[in-house]
Write a protein that binds this ligand. Structure first.
Ligand SMILES: [Fe+2]
Ligand SMILES: [Fe+2]
Length: 248
């Protein structure tokens, strides 16, 4: 009799094969390696230049997507009130993706193992698609990204690098908690979107599904549970960002 398949977390990368004889497909995961002992962060010139290049690209170069959300509908016409609402929400999501880029790049720079670094860089690449989708939607709505993006990038990079300097498990704990919070505000935005804007809806639903995958992959890779005061602080920072990026 065939063995039962356990539910795999959603993600994009093909991972390790499942149990021999299982009938399910391989579980997709962003984490492909084992967790070796801690190594010093990679401060090579290459790595520092890559971090600077990543920051400049995220903040100042037009984002390019490597794929589109599946079955993306055409844009429906929106009245001015709805257009402003959707643009505000997409600006918040774009700022969140800028922060995600910064967090992952800061964490990758200071990661204590190559497996964790590769995990973070793969997740950052997927977040790069989210960034491009939000940016493109804002262009379609004839609106702009947040003026505070450099501030979000700098703050999130510093937080990511600090967490990663302490330990890989703490760093992965940050990934899981951040993704949970992003998932929560995406759910809120999905409720607020005008019903006829199925294009924005598809973008946000795809992002939400992938953020869940990132959180589950971080958990599977050994994420540490963050202490409640730290989680509350992250929630406050996220509120500050979502409230201000809607307008500024
Ligand atoms: Fe994302
Ligand atoms: Fe994510």
């Amino acid at each position: 009799m065939a063995r039962k398949c356990t539910q795999a977390p959603p993600g994009l990368q093909k991972g390790r094969s499942g149990e021999a004889g299982a009938t399910c497909p391989r579980p997709p995961t962003l984490y492909n390696g084992t967790m070796p002992g801690p190594q010093p962060p990679d401060f090579s010139l290459d790595s520092l230049l890559r971090a600077a290049d990543n920051a400049l690209r995220a903040l100042f170069a037009p984002a390019r997507a490597s794929r589109a959300p599946p079955d993306l509908p055409e844009a429906a016409p929106l009245g001015e009130t709805d257009r402003r609402l959707v643009a505000g929400l997409m600006r918040v999501n774009h700022a969140g993706e800028i922060a995600a880029q910064a967090l992952y790049h800061g964490q990758a720079l200071m990661a204590r193992s190559d497996a964790t670094r590769q995990f973070l860089l793969r997740a950052a690449a997927e977040e790069g698609d989210h960034l491009a989708w939000c940016e493109q939607r804002l262009r379609e709505l004839a609106d702009r990204t947040s003026l505070l993006n450099p501030f979000w990038y700098a703050g999130a990079f510093a937080i990511g690098a600090t967490a990663a300097a302490l330990s890989d498990r703490l760093s992965l704990g940050f990934v899981r908690e951040t993704e949970r919070q992003v998932e929560g505000h995406l759910a809120e935005h999905l409720v607020r979107l005008p019903a006829q804007d199925t294009r924005s809806r598809r973008i946000l639903e795809t992002m939400q599904r992938e953020e869940t995958g990132h959180a589950q992959a971080a958990q599977a890779a050994g994420a540490e549970e963050l202490p409640p005061p730290l989680r509350a602080l992250m929630g406050l920072a996220s509120k500050l960002m979502t409230r201000s990026a809607y307008w500024v």
